[in-house]
Design a protein around this ligand. Structure first.
Ligand SMILES: [Zn+2]
Length: 81
């Protein structure tokens, strides 16, 4: 007895389709959670402005322009980026 007719497995085909869909769903969910994780920490677009004495009398940093409390010189703007 020789079987020449190629057998088709509709059930197998169905299963592989479901597995593919499942895989895509998992990948999609992973991508979603990954992007959500990123969106939790917004990019530091806002550069903090700080002011410091040009003579660096002390390590004090000021968040507003003004004069050094030690030597009275005008504070220099420094940017931390
Ligand atoms: Zn100073």
């Amino acid at each position: 007895m020789v079987v020449n007719k190629p057998q088709t497995f509709p059930e197998m085909k169905k299963l592989s389709l479901i597995l593919t869909a499942l895989l895509v769903t998992i990948l999609f969910m992973n991508g979603c959670s990954e992007s959500a994780k990123h969106s939790e920490t917004p990019p530091a677009e806002h550069v903090k402005e700080e002011y410091q004495c040009p003579m660096k009398c002390n390590d004090a940093k000021y968040d507003k322009p003004g004069t050094c409390t030690v030597c009275g010189m005008e504070l220099e703007k420094i940017t931390n980026g």
